[in-house]
Design a protein around this ligand. Structure first.
Ligand code: CS2
Ligand code: MN
Length: 363
């Protein structure tokens, strides 16, 4: 397991590279050109700038999250080919700074959806919260206004995109899940050969939450969908980002089991916990199994027993000790999360070593 940490860049992240350097075992930054809109080319010059910053601290840039997919590609519009060409150019350019995994998602209109970015937990910290009744019953525009009234916005809810959101909703009236699958397959058919050439694994992130929101189609939701997804291509570049918190928001998803089944196609592991309530609400918690509904101890075990050598990151964290940060992306809880993941991993390593030496002495 190669540990990484998501960083939004010098201008946009409250967490500094000095701080990340002090978290044990972090070797690389999960990065992106966050100022680039979906569909735009990431230029060589810009990615080289990020490389310079990372080099100063000895971090690699092997994991990109995300090169976002333009809405026209998801909608299957004729203009998609232009954006796909730009995507290929971006892939070639990130390969120049050592990218080996590119995370992306295929969620219409929005990236992750929450109704409260700073919901208090009983311990006094705050965390990202999803209230099902609100998403089910509120007009998306009203909800966006309410959620983003703080200084922060959510990915996909940026002001420049909100202007076109009405149009996007209209366009999706013509696109059902089957059509979205076809558009995804078309996109992959184009980009996978380039990814292969460049030694990059394209790792799709599951939908968060893993169900339809605002009547938009969503397809990467469960084990069955992952199976269907992997069936699209045999390319070694055709891989997964396995997000325990996204899939884990639906109690029907047995996350450790999904990891055991698809481990050889998981290029990137997002590890975090969520606590699910009976009414369908959920809140993000500490990584510990006891604090949420996802058995993180067994998630790590599933990776460990399969000798997982891919990349991992702690994904989101709570906001602790008054930290001011991007929602879900503070320093403290993600650092605690990493230590928890290492603690589990090292314990499973120790058990394995002991078993091996016992076996060696008895045979
Ligand atoms: C996050 C996502 O929701 C999550 O679990 O990790 O925001 C993720 O960064 C993107 O959806 C990946 O494209
Ligand atoms: Mn994730």
């Amino acid at each position: 397991m190669k540990m990484t940490f998501r960083w939004y860049g010098q201008e946009d992240d409250s967490v500094t590279l000095d701080q990340i350097k002090q978290i044990p075992g972090v070797e690389g930054l999960v990065w992106a050109l966050h100022h680039r809109l979906a569909g735009e080319v990431w230029t060589e010059e810009e990615v080289l700038q990020v490389k310079e910053q990372a080099d100063e601290y000895g971090f690699h840039l092997e994991v990109v999250e995300s090169i976002n997919v333009h809405e026209d590609i998801k909608l299957g519009l004729p203009s998609r080919d232009r954006y796909i060409e730009n995507y290929k150019t971006s892939l070639r350019n990130v390969a120049k700074v050592g990218a080996k995994v590119v995370c992306f998602n295929f969620m219409p209109v929005f990236d992750w959806t929450r109704t409260d970015l700073f919901k208090p937990l009983e311990d006094g910290s705050t965390a990202l919260f999803y209230e099902k009744a609100k998403v089910d019953n509120m007009d998306p525009y009203e909800l966006i206004q309410e959620v983003t009234k703080s200084a922060y916005t959510m990915p996909g809810w940026e002001p420049e995109r909100l202007k076109t959101i009405e149009q996007s909703f209209k366009a999706y009236e013509e696109v059902d899940e089957d059509q979205l699958w076809k558009n995804l397959a078309y996109f992959l058919g184009e980009v996978l050969p380039v990814a292969e050439e460049e030694g990059i694994k394209m790792a799709i992130h599951p939908d968060d939450p893993p169900w339809s929101v605002f009547h938009l189609p969503r397809i990467i939701k469960n084990e069955e969908a992952i199976e269907r997804y992997l069936g699209i291509s045999n390319s070694p570049s055709h891989c997964l980002t396995l997000c325990s918190g996204s899939l884990g928001a639906n109690p029907a998803n047995d996350v450790p089991n999904i990891i055991r089944r698809f481990h050889d196609r998981i290029a990137f592991a997002h590890i975090r916990n969520v606590r699910i309530y009976e009414n369908g609400d959920f809140i993000e918690t500490s990584h510990r199994t006891q604090d949420g509904s996802v058995p993180i101890d067994d998630v790590v075990k599933a990776y460990h027993e399969n000798g997982f050598t891919g990349y991992a990151r702690p994904d989101h964290g709570r906001h602790l000790w008054g930290e001011e940060c991007r929602p879900g992306y503070g320093l403290y809880d993600r650092a605690l999360g990493i230590m928890h993941l290492w603690g589990l991993w090292d314990a499973y390593e120790l058990i394995k070593r002991k078993e091996e030496s016992e076996n060696a002495t008895t045979t």
